[in-house]
Design a protein around this ligand. Structure first.
Ligand code: PMP
Length: 303
């Protein structure tokens, strides 16, 4: 059994703590039957003193609250409650290295199957620690391969819903084409990856697809906006056409697990010069500085 297979973290499920391998939900949980729930993935960075700290937690909790609000599930905790729970999950799973916290809230367990919301049920809350392996320096230096596909998902992509079938199929499409990510296009316009936001560079300007129902606004969306300002890179949030995508000087993706990652081949064609570009390099460096800054502030708060 590999180390990853042997990993059996202590998880939280509806007030109980226990090994992941023993956590159970009833089959009439709305998450199982309808994908009626939302989730979050918060990166945890290993600190020099052996602790792990969440990055941009306030923003993740705000997005979780927004997702819950949009599907009309009462938020089971306030921010202080979520923070306490997340810190307990970290404490229950002492270990070295970067990690992630996965949070899922579903509408709860119904008495019988029926599409509309059942009355009087309590949300199911599940929190676990997961492995997080960032792309290696060699992968970053090479850049990654992406393929494109038509975006066939629903028009509430702004909700971080566990109904992820469209994203699952797009991720599998990438795997079957030896690519890291599938970049989706809807009506000839760039939307996003299967599990990432997508950025292009045109004549020194960084472009991001508009926030709205066609994409999930990554926690890195606002961050990359901030980082581009810090690095003096002009940024525009606007529609990006397929032609602009295919003729971009640089393409990159962002997500909690990739931070920001250059795409150097798109549908078998070299992107720009075929290697990670200057804007990517500036944003990646600014990203590393932003982490250091946030963790320095966190250590000052604790003291
Ligand atoms: N879009 C989709 C569809 C995603 O699944 C993700 C990753 N959760 C993102 C964008 C990027 O979001 P974040 O920066 O919060 O990881």
């Amino acid at each position: 059994m590999s180390q990853a297979e042997a990993f059996d973290p202590t998880v939280y499920l509806n007030g109980e703590w226990g090994p992941l391998s023993e956590a159970r939900i009833p089959v009439l949980d709305r998450g199982f039957i309808f994908g009626d729930g939302v989730y979050e993935v918060v990166p945890l960075y290993a600190q020099p003193d052996g602790t792990r700290l969440p990055f941009r937690l306030a923003q993740h909790l705000a997005r979780l609250a927004r997702s819950l609000g949009k599907i009309r599930i009462d938020n089971p905790f306030d921010d202080a409650g979520w923070r306490a729970l997340i810190h307990r999950v970290i404490a229950e799973n002492a270990g070295a290295g970067d990690a992630l916290v996965y949070i899922q809230v579903t509408r709860g367990v119904a008495k019988r199957r029926g599409h509309a919301f059942p009355a009087g049920i309590t949300p199911t809350v599940f929190v676990m620690l997961g492995h997080l392996v960032f792309p290696s320096a060699a992968d970053r230096a090479r850049g990654a391969v992406a393929v494109t596909a038509e975006d066939k998902r629903w028009l509430h992509c702004d909700i971080k819903s566990t109904s992820l079938l469209g994203n699952v199929l797009m991720s599998q499409h990438a795997v079957e084409n030896d690519a890291l990510e599938t970049i989706q296009l809807r009506d000839g316009l760039l939307t996003e990856g299967s599990s990432s936001n997508v950025w292009i560079v045109k004549g020194g300007t960084l472009l991001g697809a508009p926030r709205g129902p066609r994409i999930l606004e990554g926690i890195r969306y606002g961050l990359i906006e901030e980082l581009s300002r810090e690095a003096g890179i002009p940024f525009e949030e606007r529609d990006i056409t397929e032609a602009e995508l295919r003729s971009a000087d640089e393409i990159m993706i962002s997500s909690a697990t990739k931070e920001v990652m250059p795409i150097t081949t798109l549908d078998g064609v070299q992107v720009g010069e075929g290697r990670p570009g200057a804007v990517y390099a500036a944003l990646f460096e600014a990203y590393q500085r932003a982490k250091t800054r946030e963790f320095e502030q966190a250590s000052k708060r604790v003291i």
